[in-house]
Write a protein that binds this ligand. Structure first.
Ligand code: ADP
Ligand code: ADP
Length: 234
């Protein structure tokens, strides 16, 4: 069954030369439990497409369903609920520099008003899952890029989302660290059953972990299918 369903989705922005469609008539399903890749050059519309899933951007046309429920036209309160079920990680990690590693991971639990003892137990569990239990008291500035992204992943998982969106999550990392973080995303998918959506401009990332891939150009999905068929050499 579809975890995410796009039906003829368009997102229009007004640029320097007037309005244009950053996402242009996209129809696709992301299957529950898969790792789905979105690949394309800079400016193709990948980030916009994925930000539509958690309603960081609102559609200009078409409809989006998440977990069987239409999110199109929902009021802000209901959108907050939808967003709580979706985790996101970023190229630049977006950690709070003033807080400890534990504090960063605890942050979404504080927003969701989890009681203190439950927060502490959950943070400890997440630190262990991503393999940085020894870093709890440190600040983000004391961590390597790969460790920072582990914090980002732990924070994104804190409230038990059904979907994890990764926007160029390994683009700031060296090749070896990239492989470690991709292995962790694979573990998130395999052990927690979370549907993972990976945006990247790197074909190797898609080949390493994705089940299926959409290739984007100028707002349109120009190819969609199993990684092996999309990247098969004729
Ligand atoms: P990608 O992730 O593939 O690099 P984006 O989705 O970030 O592409 O951007 C697609 C196009 O939409 C680009 O031309 C970008 O400049 C434009 N764009 C993205 N966000 C906005 C915005 N908030 N306002 C205007 N234009 C935007
Ligand atoms: P900060 O310096 O970021 O404010 P705090 O010490 O206030 O960090 O901790 C923030 C949150 O992280 C609290 O919910 C706390 O229970 C939790 N926490 C702190 N240290 C640990 C730890 N070693 N293991 C698990 N949770 C922790």
């Amino acid at each position: 069954s579809a975890m995410v369903r796009f039906s003829d989705v368009t997102k229009t922005f007004v640029g320097d030369n007037g309005p244009f469609n950053a996402v242009d008539g996209v129809t696709l399903d992301i299957t529950r439990g898969e790792i789905f890749g979105v690949i394309g050059y800079s400016g193709a519309g990948k980030s916009t497409l994925v930000r539509l899933i958690n309603a960081l951007e609102l559609t200009s046309g078409g409809t989006i369903e998440v977990d069987g429920r239409s999110i199109t036209g929902l009021p802000e309160g209901a959108l907050r609920e939808v967003r709580a079920g979706i985790g996101m990680i970023f190229q630049q990690f977006n950690l709070l520099s003033s807080r400890s590693i534990a504090g960063n991971i605890s942050y979404p639990l504080e927003v969701a008003r989890w009681p203190k003892a439950k927060r502490k137990a959950r943070v400890a569990e997440l630190l262990d899952f991503v393999g940085i239990s020894d870093k709890a008291k440190q600040r983000p500035s004391q961590l390597s890029g790969g460790q920072k992204q582990r914090v980002g992943i732990a924070r994104a998982l804190a409230t038990n989302p059904g979907i994890l969106l990764a926007d160029e999550a390994t683009s700031a990392l060296d090749p070896e660290t990239t492989q470690d973080v991709l292995a962790l995303l694979k573990k998130v998918n395999a052990e927690l059953g979370i549907t993972v959506v990976v945006i990247t401009h790197e074909m190797d990332v898609v080949k390493t972990i994705c089940d299926r891939v959409a290739v984007m150009e100028r707002g349109k999905v120009v190819e969609l299918g199993d990684v092996y068929s999309v990247f098969a050499n004729p």
